[in-house]
Write a protein that binds this ligand. Structure first.
Ligand SMILES: Nc1ncnc2c1ncn2[C@@H]1O[C@H](COP(=O)(O)OP(=O)(O)O)[C@@H](O)[C@H]1O
Ligand SMILES: C=C(OP(=O)(O)O)C(=O)O
Length: 532
């Protein structure tokens, strides 16, 4: 394999400056000087990303001809790019870089467990993107920096405009990964999240070969040293629910499960801040009022510099990025023991799934491969209201290998024993999106507390006739009616129809995995018999 790019190859305009490894204060100052953003009354850096307020999922490519075909899963999420197109793109990226007066470089790690991490050199056009990526990834110690070796290079140029004909892409936006050159090119988008998701994609490619399960999940640790992981697609509550004053936060979005630990890939969190409530999410709310936090697409009063977190006029997907230690009680080393509980979060826009259900190991594998949820408005370009989707592994856009690779790793780990699995609906209750309402965060937290404390599995369950999993009948501190979604709908027959419709969708979606799993997993499909 070719090594990652080295500095001399990164040339900017004659006499221009390559700012290497600037710290937070320097980057914030430069971002403000260059009018990339403004400071809020409490010191957060507030920036706008223009039309790019979410990931450009359709613009992500993997170079095809230099890796063996079987290494990559060419599902809808991974589009192939020829080596020729990538070469042209790479040339044009370097030409574009050479027109810039300056650029920023950060040397960072993806991965907190030293034996499983990758060194990433991130070259950005914008000071605030450099600040973002430094906030989000794992910052090397001075000694590690002195000996830093980049395994991968990311070049991130929002002002670059791709040419679909010449570069073999779809639009002026491009995110292209060449695993052999170990080079990632991100152009034509201001959405900073693309950089962190690119590192996630790298680790999702690399870690299965090291027998580590990479996961789109958050993670925290209870008082007894019991780790919980929360799988979920964007917007299902990984960040919200993992920040819990009674538990130690490992991370909010991307983790590895090795033989010895659950470890965060990152060193920061990326929270959704639209309509953020100080009451329901106090720890996250507090980060919006601190120097060092970056707020993307939050509306700022130009006179008072106060924030309006309720104003979605710039974006529904407004975000706060902050280093993990801004959350009180975060783990010092971004790691915890192997999990005792696995939570699968789903934002069910049909409003038919119960707020919590207990899964057998086979059902857990079935739901992991299915990845049913709703895409939440704004998280991907073009999504304006919740949209039902099956995103395998609860993170299809970031999984370069076949889902069965991740599924088999999960299965092995669950089979080692001592893990309880739960499905949690953070989506709609009392009817589908439009009629019902979003599950109250307080209810979800109460149910999670009961599950994680070990109390919930001791209570009485009923078997759900449509979905086949076990649903608790009574949980202390929770209105029992909300536990039974059918009882929350105005019309039970409408519920039955919607539930059977979702069960059908599950079965249709799963046909793609049938050949990859054994009969016990196939038998974990929703029976869908209610009222039949
Ligand atoms: N019951 C619930 N559980 C979790 N989040 C909820 C719930 N109801 C509403 N929300 C909102 O949904 C969003 C979840 O976003 P986030 O936690 O960032 O998801 P993720 O980290 O999975 O992308 C937040 O804006 C949160 O306030
Ligand atoms: C950053 C992202 O992930 P999440 O929404 O899960 O935080 C994203 O999907 O763009």
């Amino acid at each position: 394999m070719t090594l990652a790019l080295t500095f001399p190859e990164i040339a900017i305009k004659n006499g221009g400056t390559l700012h290497e490894n600037l710290d937070t204060a320097q980057l914030v100052e430069m971002a403000i000087q260059r009018s990339e953003g403004q400071m809020s009354e409490h010191g957060a850096l507030v920036v706008e990303t223009g039309k790019h307020t979410g990931r450009s999922a359709q613009d992500k490519f993997i170079v095809r001809d230099v890796i063996t075909k079987d290494d990559v899963w060419w599902g809808a999420s991974n589009k192939p790019m020829t080596g020729e197109s990538f070469a042209a793109l790479r040339d044009d990226f370097f030409k574009h870089l050479a027109t810039l007066d300056d650029a920023f470089v950060q040397d960072l790690f993806g991965g907190s467990q030293a034996e499983h991490r990758v060194g990433v050199r991130v070259v950005t056009e914008l000071a605030w993107h450099s600040h973002f990526v430094r906030t989000m990834l794992v910052r090397p110690t001075p000694d590690e920096l002195a000996h830093f070796k980049a395994d991968y290079t990311i070049i991130d140029l929002p002002s670059f405009r791709a040419d679909p004909e010449r570069h073999g892409c779809r639009s002026e936006t491009v995110i292209a990964i060449d695993f052999m050159q170990r080079l990632i090119l991100i152009g034509g988008t201001g959405y900073a999240g693309e950089m962190k998701k690119a590192v996630f994609t790298i680790l999702n490619f690399v870690l299965p070969q090291q027998n580590v399960m990479p996961m789109h999940c958050s993670a925290n640790i209870g008082a007894e040293g019991d780790t919980a992981i929360f799988f979920g697609l964007s917007g299902t509550g990984k960040t919200t629910l993992s920040a819990d004053a009674s538990r130690t936060l490992i991370g909010d979005d991307e983790h590895g499960w090795s033989d010895t630990a659950v470890f965060n890939f990152e060193g920061g969190c990326y929270a959704k801040v639209i309509r953020l409530s100080a009451d329901a999410e106090p720890e996250i709310y507090a980060t919006t009022r601190r120097f060092g936090t970056i707020l993307e697409n939050v509306v700022l009063d130009p006179e008072t510099r106060s924030l309006d977190l309720d104003d979605a006029s710039l974006a529904e997907n407004s975000r706060g990025a902050y280093p993990i230690h801004f959350i009180p009680n975060a783990s010092a080393d971004n790691m915890g023991p192997v999990p005792k509980n696995i939570i699968m979060l789903t934002a069910d826009a049909f409003g038919v799934l119960p707020p919590i259900a207990k899964l057998t190991p086979e059902q857990a594998m079935y739901h992991f491969l299915s990845g049913y949820t709703a895409k939440v408005a704004g998280t991907e370009l073009g999504v304006t209201e919740p949209e039902a989707t099956f995103s395998t592994c609860f993170g299809a856009p970031f999984m370069p290998r076949h889902p069965s690779v991740y599924g088999n790793l999960l299965r092995k780990r669950i089979a080692n024993g001592g893990v309880d699995c739960w499905l949690v609906n953070t989506g709609w209750t009392g009817g589908q999106y439009g009629t019902g309402s979003r599950m109250p965060i307080k209810v979800t937290r109460a149910l999670l507390n009961a599950a994680l404390s070990g109390k919930l599995k001791q209570t009485e369950f009923r078997k759900d006739p449509v979905f086949g999993f076990d649903v608790p009948v009574v949980v202390e501190g929770v209105d029992p009616r909300i536990l039974d979604p059918r009882a929350t709908w105005a019309s039970a027959s409408d519920y039955d129809q919607a539930a059977r419709g979702l069960a059908d969708r599950f079965r249709r979606n799963f046909t793609q995995f049938v050949a990859h799993v054994d009969e016990s997993i196939r038998a974990a499909a929703p029976p869908g018999v209610f009222g039949a």
